[in-house]
Design a protein around this ligand. Sequence first.
Ligand code: HEC
Ligand code: HEC
Ligand code: HEC
Length: 390
Amino acid sequence: MTSLKPPITRIANKNSNGNMSLNKKMTKDRKILHIALLLGFGGIPVAIVVGIVIFFHQPTTYHCPMYIADAQMSQLTQAESSTKATSKGSSQNDSPSTENLSVLSPAAVQLGAGIFEESCASCHGQTGQGDVAVDTKLPVPPKDLNSWAVQWRKDTDLLQAISDHDYVTPLFSAKFSDEERWGLVHYIRKTFSPSGSPPWNSMKFQSVEKLGRTIFETLDCNRCHRDDRPRELAGFPPTLDHVGSKLKRDWIVEYLLNPYPIRWATMGIRPLLRMPSFKFERSTAEAVADYLSMQVDTVRFPETALKGQGNADEGQSLFKSYQCLGCHSLRGEGNKIGPDLTKAGDRLKPAYIFQWVKDPQGLIPGTGMKDFELWDDEASSLVRYVETLK
Ligand code: HEC
Ligand code: HEC
Ligand code: HEC
């Protein structure tokens, strides 16, 4: 019991302290001993209670600020499906709110205009450029609504971004009806626009690096991903600085075409910030994935880290004995604190998994995954096992 330790050290310290008279020192020692015994025996029932609590608790109670229970996730998924339902619903009503608006409804634009004037212009400005005198407490500047970064997003994604808009209370999803938020999407599409066509359209024959980088910069991906963005939580959104060492290229392509939640989210704990869904075609997604794949850190993630070691079967039993499913899920089993590992072998590169399982706190200080102090061959075996998850 740790509760015993401090009094004992204090006794030892006092004993070596020659300044007190012997008598005083003895009564003092006895007092301390009494306190020590009291704490010691008092500790036993506490230990029993703590033991019982730990025993009966499910592992979901790992206290990790970023990753929380299922319930919250279903909120997000619900929000998403309600978005889809709305878009379908209104297209049945002959209104143009489909996945990507092709026709703008004047009535919806008008509805949006009124709301924009009242609830948005104070930060975004009439021009949408966000260059008005805004609340200086905002940690990031409002995004220019005329930019490709906003206008190249899918309509349902724009609706979602407005619904989950940061820095406003109450949330716009609670303040405005679906119809009103769709009105805002119509208004933003109608009123604000970037000039010309996307810059990458005219550079089809450029090098992949140049093409990918232009898309990356024009869509301002690092607005969310760069390191100096105010982050409420460890590593969120993740940095893309060494993304080429972390993620497999083909996985990135599919993810850009159809992003989905990887880390568990909730209101108030993890920001509702999501990876946007842009109007990528396969070719543009591939260019970006190729560009991202060049962002490597071969010093921290040397391809040779594994040195051919490790054994998947051994990894599987380590995975059990270290109780990785206490935080992760795998084919529907386990917990939703860390990302689902069902397809981790498709997503992650071996050298990254190796460094990650060896030193998670070194890679993302403050992350919810603890350091298991693994031996190299244990880490290698875990990598071999995770690689089989496809
Ligand atoms: C308190 C100031 C403020 C108000 C009011 C406000 N915004 Fe924003 N808006 C911001 C800031 C700041 C950002 C940049 C957010 C970021 O980078 O995380 C932003 C970003 C956006 C974006 C881009 C979304 C994204 O994910 O980058 C859209 C679209 C948007 N706002 C629409 C609206 C609409 C529509 C309204 C009114 C219903 C509104 N905003 C009201 C400050 C505001
Ligand atoms: C509005 C903020 C925002 C913008 C803009 C944004 N992202 Fe993201 N991105 C996120 C968030 C949040 C996540 C984490 C999602 C999760 O864990 O569920 C993410 C995840 C990712 C991932 C997976 C990274 C990992 O390690 O898990 C990649 C790759 C990525 N984004 C690429 C891009 C690219 C390329 C662009 C620009 C075209 C972009 N992002 C623009 C917010 C953003
Ligand atoms: C206490 C909770 C916890 C435990 C236990 C845990 N992890 Fe994690 N793990 C996390 C969190 C949180 C992340 C997400 C880090 C981030 O933000 O990218 C993570 C991320 C990962 C990733 C990267 C997943 C991805 O798609 O980005 C792998 C691989 C991983 N863990 C493997 C393991 C293995 C193997 C074990 C057992 C030895 C384990 N974890 C045990 C919390 C945990």
